[in-house]
Design a protein around this ligand. Sequence first.
Ligand code: PMP
Length: 311
Amino acid sequence: MGKGLKLEKTEKIWLDGSFVPWDEANIHVLTHTLHYGLGVFEGIRCYQVKKKKSAVFRLHEHTDRLFNSAIILGIEIPFSKKEIITAILQVVKKNKLKECYIRPIVFLGHNQMGLNPNGVDVRVAIAAWPWGAYLGDEGISNGIRVRISSFTRHHVNISMTRAKACGYYVNSILAKSEAVRDGYDEAILLDPQGYVSEGSGENIFLLSKGRLKTPSLSCSNLEGITRDAVFEIAKHLKVEIEEGFITRDELYIADEVFLTGTAAEITPVREIDNRSIGNGKRGKTTARIQKTFFEIVHGSHSKFNKWLSEV
Ligand code: PMP
């Protein structure tokens, strides 16, 4: 099986309100979240913008989602949104990173064990490191090969999928490793009704007859921030876009398919279950959306600079 992505060490990690050296940001083996998976996290990117400055992309939206995830799971974050936003910007600055991936995580500590989480310390860590294209530079340019997973996405009353919760990713990992083991780059999961939900860590879009379509948020998927950016970009490019229910065969006969996510950015899909999508290359509309997205994150679209928080 292909290896996972290497982690490049940086200097400091923010832990519970102060900076500690990378190697000292450690936790106890009886950490509650390690055993039961109740915790929430975010994945955020910071890009170099014009004039050699850096900016975090959609920092406020990611912070809002982190706090909403915590509300959904009944976790009280012991910091304000403002404190978390400041800490995220400081992590990038302290580590002298121009472009990076940022990982805030809210987890339960080790002062209690057992399933009742009341009274367990709530802890917060924020790390950042340089991270290239999650599905590869080749994938960004030429598209990736995916399979429909044999694993089903969570039922919405088994796992509340508006939350980006640690434990939910066991399902994603099973799907991703099955796909990679079988020679694909990524997995697409269906919801419990059999409709297309999302990738293991990405939302999905298709283009058919000139219209973009993505699964509705009732399809057990995460409300992606890149997904939302694609809605705005489509509006800007005057491409029609809709949410709805998507069947597996609808994907097979789509003209274009692409995945979106903070890590994956905008990655074209060139093949699904050994069927070529469109002409088997990055589609024209996908390329336009991708190009606009990369221009926006690098600060070349003043209309979208509201999404950038300078470091
Ligand atoms: N779905 C899942 C399961 C994810 O983990 C992610 C990545 N956070 C996404 C979709 C895409 O979300 P975003 O665009 O906010 O990164």
